[in-house]
Ligand binder design. Sequence first.
Ligand SMILES: [Zn+2]
Length: 440
Amino acid sequence: MSDADRYEPSHGSRGFHVEHYDLDLTYRVSANRLSGTATLQVTMLEDAKEITLDLVGLAVDKLSVAGARLVKYRHRDGRLVVRLSEKLAAGAECTVTVRYSGNPGPVASAWGPVGWEELDEGALVASQPVGAPSWFPCNDRPGDKATYRTSLTVDSPYFVLAHGTLVDRRVRAATTTWVYAETHPTCTYLATVQIGHYSEIVLAGGPVPQRLVVGGKHASSATRWLERQPEMMTLFTELFGPYPFDAYTLVVTDDDLEIPLEAQGVSIFGSNHLDEADAVRLVPHELAHQWFGNSLSVASWQHIWLNEGFACYAEWLWSEASGGPTADALARRFWTRLHKLDQDLVLADPGPDDLFDDRIYKRGALTLHTLRTAMGDSAFFDLVRDWVARNRHGVVTTEAFRSLAAEHAVTAGGTKLAVRVASILLAWLDDEHLPQLPGR
Ligand SMILES: [Zn+2]
C-alpha cells in the first residue's frame, strides 16, 4: 500500500480522472428522496478495463458508458465497479452515465458521519473528507478535481444553493429547478448543496461579492455576527493574493451544527455558532480555506496541515490586524497548551486517524509563525502569495511547500537562511517532539 493509499483505503481511484460532473437531480424534501442522473466525463490515467466509482447508500437504476463498451457493473459496499469489454489506454476518454435514487444520508466514517444530511426543513451537504458519495457517484479523493454543473429540482418554497454560479432558475407549478455551474476545478468533498427556507443578504457588493444565505429567524443576528467579514476579505486578499473564486457565500442554517464547514466558494455555519463566544474566530478560518484547501487542494489527506495550519494561522493574522492579541501572543499561548499534550504526532504524516486532531491545526499554525519569524514579514508573505499564485486551482503536497520555502529563503537571505528554513521545517513537520518557539 503506498503512502497516499493509506489515507484513502478502498476509496477513490488513481487510475482515472473525472474532468466534469453533470448532476441532474430532483430532491423531495418531505420524503428525503433524491433521484436523478450523473454524467461523468472520464479520462484514463492508466490502461484499465475497469472504472471504480464511489456511491454510498443510493441505488443505481441504470448505467451506461459512451466511448467504450460496457460489459456489466457491480455496486457493493459503496464501490461501483464498471467493467468494460476491453482495456482503455491511458489518455482515452469515455462518458459514464449513472441513473440513481434513494434516501440520502451521511456516510459513516472514522471521522463521524459526513455528507448529505437532512435538516428539519431542508438539507445540507458537508462532505469532508469522504461524504461526497452520499449524493453523487464520484472519484472521491481530494487530488481529483473537476468542474461541475449541478441542476437540482425541489419544491418551490425552498431556496437551493450549490457551489458555482447560478446560471438558470426555472419555476414550474410546484417545483423550481436551480442550475449552478462551477467552472473552477473542485474537489468532490467541496461540492455542496444547501436547501432551506433561506433568503439572500448582500454583505459586500464588491470587489469580491459577499453574501449571506440565512433563514428569516436568524437574519439580523447573523448579519451583525458577520459585520467584519468584508474587512477580512480585504486583509486576506492583501496577505494571500486575489480571492480565487467569483463570489463568497456564507450560509447560516436554522439547525445547530457541530462545526462550521467549508465548501467551494461557500462556508456553512449553524445558528448555534452565532451564540458561541469561541465560534467567531472560525469566520476568518473558513474564509482562509477558500485559498488553502479549495484553490490549493491537498493531493492526499496526508498533507492536511497545508489546509488547517494556514486556516488556523489566518485566525491569528485576523486577530492581529483587527485589534486582538497578536499572532505572536497567540503562538505563545497555543505552544504552551500543545506542550502539555502528547507529542506523538508527525505533521507531515499524521496518519489517517489523526486527520482532524486539533494539534495539526495549532502545530501547523506554529510552523508558519516560526517560518515568518525567521524570514521576516516581507519574505514570508512573498512566499505565501507565490505559493498561492503558483498552485492556484491545483493540488499541493508538503514537499512542494518545502521546496518553494527553500527557494524564497535563498532569495531573501542566501544559503544561511535556506539552511535555517530547512531545519525549521524538518523540526516542525517531521519530528514528533515540539520545537521551542523563536525567542525562547
Ligand atoms: Zn479548517
